[in-house]
Ligand binder design. Structure first.
Ligand code: ADP
Ligand code: MG
Length: 381
């Protein structure tokens, strides 16, 4: 990166920032229902190398994607021709909307997080960029502020109505353990994972479906469920507040599709809490059951999924060392996540890769991940 930076800008970078991707171990679509997620950082990350400028311009390039930007902080606009630069423009935009006096920089990005696979490369680029702006502009930002700003970049500037999960994990995740995240209080507790277990990502590498509109549909279908329950129980603000008993008492009053969505979210929330209890001890049967129920609920009740994800799920069947498998991310394609006996990860990966490639003709990407430190500046010697 140093070489490319020097070639592009004719100078050395002076500061570096890295922000990890993340994966959910349990909790699909629970974040925007004020619920819980078992989430962890992965040791794949986005790096941003910068050199401050003394005018108010930002120049940015990426080793991952073509196109560059050179924009003034006086006028933040979208660039439909190089849409990835909107994450950088948007970071400047939300900081300035909050009254920050920003300085410019020359920057270069590089990421090892796959894009659009559910491992949150977008949160990683947001966190790395926000850290860079904060550093050159001498602004102090708490980790939670960074996460909320990143969510605003996505919601307000890029136009993706995501919850807080991705950004929270990227910045507040910590090495060596998962987090039990409460998306209402925006607090989390560390959860250890039994050391003989490994988390393995199985990326279908198939083109993603129409994720944006489907995602918005699901969000919109959860809201009437919570609103209906709130009529008889005014304390209810979101599906997070609805117990399974209360839901079942009112289930028949809901439109069937709304009822299916709500049941999934309510059960998935409980599975997150159960998983947080199960991960440290590593009870294989319990983990397997929780992941299996999440997959079945996601495909049958929440009706997310994609043929490539089903193919990957099938490819894992009977693979050596497999303990548990489910969808990751929003679930409209991209990755599945598995818990595998650590000493059998290589055999597991080879077996799944072969079975998936035979079935689909696509070479998947299968790799073990470890929880890495949250987003931060890095001293590079
Ligand atoms: P996900 O967050 O699941 O990876 P998104 O669609 O939310 O998928 O975000 C992916 C997009 O983020 C990419 O298509 C690209 O526009 C942008 N992005 C992320 N990292 C980089 C990077 N290092 N360089 C350029 N663009 C990036
Ligand atoms: Mg994203």
């Amino acid at each position: 990166m140093r070489l490319e930076f020097a070639q592009r800008y004719d100078a050395q970078p002076t500061a570096w920032f890295r922000a990890p991707g993340r994966v959910d171990l349990m909790g699909s679509h629970t974040d925007y229902n004020d619920g819980f997620v078992a989430t962890m950082t992965v040791n794949r990350d986005t790096w941003m190398a910068i050199r401050p400028r003394d005018d108010r311009r930002v120049r940015i390039a990426s080793l991952n994607l073509p196109g560059t930007a050179d924009f003034s902080l006086e006028a933040i606009e979208h660039d439909a021709d190089v849409p990835w630069t909107d994450y950088v423009r948007g970071a400047a935009g939300v900081l300035q909307d909050d009254g920050a006096e920003l300085a410019g920089f020359d920057g270069l990005l590089h990421s090892t997080v796959p894009f659009g696979s559910g491992l949150s490369s977008s949160a990683a680029i947001e966190m790395a960029t926000l850290l860079a702006f904060a550093a050159v502009s001498s602004i102090d930002l708490e980790p939670l502020e960074l996460a909320l700003l990143g969510q605003r970049v996505e919601n307000e500037f890029v136009g993706v109505s995501c919850g807080i999960l991705d950004q929270y994990t990227s910045v507040l995740g910590a090495a060596g353990h998962a987090l039990l995240l409460d998306c209402r209080s925006l607090t989390s507790t560390p959860v250890s994972i039994a050391p003989e277990l490994a988390v393995v990502i199985c990326d279908t590498r198939a083109p993603r479906q129409l994720a944006g509109s489907e995602y918005d549909d699901r969000r919109a279908q959860c809201e009437p469920g919570a609103a209906h329950m709130a009529r008889s129980n005014p304390g209810i603000k979101a599906l997070r507040d609805v117990s399974l008993e209360l839901f079942e008492a009112h289930e028949a009053e809901l439109e069937p599709v709304v009822a299916r969505r709500c049941r999934f979210i309510i059960e998935e929330n409980q599975r997150v809490l159960d998983l947080a209890q199960a991960l440290p001890g590593g009870d294989r049967d319990h983990l397997g059951r929780l992941f299996h129920d999440s997959w079945v609920g996601a495909t049958q009740l929440f009706e997310i999924g994609a043929p490539s994800m089903t193919a990957m799920h099938d490819a894992m069947t009977g693979a050596p060392g497999l303990i548990a498998r489910r969808q990751a991310g929003a679930g409209f394609g991209g990755c599945l996540v598995a818990i595998v006996e650590r000493e059998r990860v290589a055999a597991f990966s080879a077996s799944v890769a072969r079975a998936y490639a035979d079935a689909t003709g696509i070479e998947p990407s299968i790799f073990g991940v470890e929880a890495s430190a949250g987003a931060c500046p890095v001293e590079v010697g």
